[in-house]
Each structure stands twice: as structure tokens, then as C-alpha cells.
Design a protein around this ligand. Structure first.
Ligand SMILES: *Cc1c(COP(=O)(O)O)cnc(C)c1O
Ligand code: SF4
Length: 323
């Protein structure tokens, strides 16, 4: 049973928790109107609410989670399945777009609901037994060598369900690399800790890659530092992907600070994604030209290994596409 204090599902509880210090930034943000009953529901962890409280730039972090009525606008080109997940679906939970690598939609659950989410309109199936479905699929796809656990957030699975899923993959020696995409190190570090026994032993069975999803330096703290340090000692390769988001990280300073802080915590920047055009996210868009300028500028401020690749996902393509 979830401790009721761990997450906020009601915007009013979340705003009460932030308190009156935040009323001016919230009224600034909600000029367009707060959406108290958004189609993509509100969810924010207490942990992230505390990050907002501690941030020198709370507006940026608030934009990530606070539903605004602009999300309801229909904008041409913004669609329900912007990255072609549905045509690439191989079963209810396997998506394969790229050669010999497959992605598992492990769960519909996340530790937060990001307003810019590219899967905000994804028709998640209720899959009673993901582990056996994945296992059956891998039985007939022995050319697949990398399995990516995504979702939703795979680390929101219960420790038992997560172990079953990983065991079902480990039973296929053709899979040599296990990759986890997760936002929980900065949203629900408490849930990551639940999986630690298994996370510790996984690098003895696979090449293990964890791709965190962090967009702003203020999402990182001592909790994420401790988790990453521990995973690194156990043999995980730690990478990060961010989405370039207007009003959140679209400045050279913000990106430079993010990349440096990730590295301080042992994580290398991997991708900076141009926004996927899901319905309801258009207000986060940064034009390509500006995105290229930002990358060119941070390249002059960072060592090459800390400059993320600027990419976009184009439905039907055989890889992410450099911008
Ligand atoms: C993004 C994605 C991957 C991973 O691509 P990389 O370029 O290896 O990070 C794999 N499968 C699917 C379906 C994806 O959307
Ligand atoms: S954690 Fe990822 S999948 Fe979940 S709401 Fe955020 S962007 Fe979407």
C-alpha cells in the first residue's frame, strides 16, 4: 500500500503543499488557466514537490508537472501517436522499430505525469502477465540482443513483477544487453531502492545500461547522486536523455548546468530530444534552428563527452534522426 503522503493526485493538495510562497509563480504560469480536470491526469511525487520547493528556478520544474488549459488546444501536426508506436507494435507490450533491438512497454504507470509526455495518448493495454508475453515473443526472436524496458516507468513495477520480467528476459541468452529507461531516480528514489537487490546482481548477467530522464539540473539531488553512485559501482553504464522544452531547459546556461551536474553524479548526457508532437504538448516546442544554436553554444562550454546528441524521432525511420 502506497503511503498516502508519497504522491499527489489532486492539484489542490499539491498547491497546498507548496504553500503561499509559490502563489505568484503559479499565477504567472496559470495565466492560460490551470486545468483542474486534465485529460492526461495530474500526478506528482512529494519528492518532486520538494525539488520544486528547493529549486532556485521553481517555474521550470513546475512547468513539467502542472496541467494548463493550453494542453486542450488542437494544433495541426500534433497527433495521438507521434512516433509511430502503434504500427511498430509486435504484441501488446513489445515495440520493435530498430534492427535486432526491442522495447518493452512494461507498465502504464509512472512516478509522475510529465505534461510533455510523448505517450500521453498511448492506448496502454492491461497486460496481466508481461513477463510471459515478453518471454514468448523472445522465443521466436532470437536475433534480438538488446531489450529496453520502458513504459510507463518499468521501475514502478512491484519488486516481484520486475524480477519476473527480468528473469524471463535472462532466460534468453541471445539477449546480452538490458537497458532501463526511467525517470524514477529523480521522481521516486524510494521505489528505485525497492529494486536494489536485483539491480545489484543484474550486471553479472547482462551488459546493463540505465538511461535516466532528467531535464533540469534542479531535479538532481543527494538521493539521485546516491542511487547513481551505487549503480555505477555495481557495473551499470549510466546515460541520460532530456527533452528540449521551452521554458524549462531552453537556454545554454540551463543545459550546461544540467550536463555538468549529471556528470558530477556519474551520468553521461546521451540524447537531447526534440519534442515529439503528441497532442497537447505544442506549447513546449523549441524550433529546430534555436535547438541547433543551443547545441552549438554548449559545445563551446563543455567537453565533447558532455554534449548530448540532438535528435528527433521520426515515425517509420530505422533510428533516431540527428537534427
Ligand atoms: C528510442 C527507441 C529505441 C532506442 O534507440 P537508441 O537510439 O538506441 O537509443 C529503441 N526502440 C524503440 C522502439 C525506440 O523508440
Ligand atoms: S515519465 Fe516518461 S512516460 Fe511517464 S509521464 Fe513522464 S515522459 Fe511520460
Amino acid at each position: 500500500m502506497e503511503n498516502p503522503g508519497t504522491v499527489f493526485t489532486q492539484i489542490s493538495d499539491f498547491l497546498d503543499y507548496l504553500g503561499s510562497d509559490f502563489s505568484s509563480v503559479i499565477s504567472k504560469l496559470s495565466k492560460d488557466g490551470l486545468d483542474l480536470s486534465p485529460k492526461f491526469p495530474f500526478l506528482c511525487s512529494r519528492h518532486f514537490a520538494n525539488q520544486i520547493k528547493n529549486s532556485s528556478n521553481p517555474e521550470a520544474l513546475l512547468r513539467e508537472v502542472l496541467p494548463l488549459t493550453v494542453e486542450r488546444k488542437n494544433i495541426p501536426g500534433f497527433v495521438d501517436d507521434p512516433v509511430g508506436d502503434l504500427p511498430a507494435g509486435k504484441s501488446d507490450c513489445v515495440i520493435q522499430k530498430y534492427d535486432r533491438r526491442a522495447l518493452i512497454v512494461s507498465t502504464a504507470t509512472c512516478g509522475v505525469r510529465c505534461r510533455f509526455c510523448f505517450r500521453k495518448n498511448y492506448p496502454f493495454q492491461n497486460i496481466p502477465d508481461v513477463a510471459s508475453e515478453v518471454s514468448n515473443w523472445l522465443d521466436t526472436h532470437s536475433d534480438v540482443w538488446e531489450v529496453i524496458l520502458s513504459g510507463g516507468d518499468p521501475l514502478t513495477l512491484s519488486p516481484g513483477a520486475f524480477r519476473d520480467l527480468v528473469e524471463s528476459i535472462a532466460a534468453h541468452p541471445s539477449v546480452t544487453t538490458l537497458r532501463i529507461h526511467t525517470r524514477l531516480p529523480v521522481m521516486r528514489p524510494d521505489l528505485v531502492i525497492q529494486h536494489f537487490e536485483l539491480l545489484r546482481e543484474l550486471p553479472t548477467r547482462f551488459n546493463c545500461v540505465l538511461v535516466s530522464h532528467v531535464n533540469h539540473a534542479d531535479e538532481l539531488d543527494e538521493d539521485s547522486a546516491a542511487l547513481f553512485a551505487h549503480l555505477k559501482i555495481c557495473g551499470w553504464t549510466l546515460l541520460n536523455q532530456s527533452v528540449l522544452l521551452k521554458g524549462i531547459n531552453d537556454s545554454p546556461d540551463k543545459l550546461t548546468t544540467l550536463c555538468r551536474k549529471l556528470f558530477e553524479q556519474g551520468v553521461l548526457p546521451y540524447y537531447l530530444h526534440q519534442l515529439d508532437h503528441a497532442n497537447g504538448v505544442a506549447h513546449f516546442e523549441v524550433p529546430d534552428e534555436r535547438a541547433r544554436e543551443l547545441i552549438a553554444e554548449i559545445r563551446t562550454k563543455l567537453p565533447g563527452y558532455l554534449v548530448p546528441k540532438l535528435v528527433r524521432e521520426i515515425a517509420g525511420e530505422k533510428s533516431k534522426t540527428p537534427v
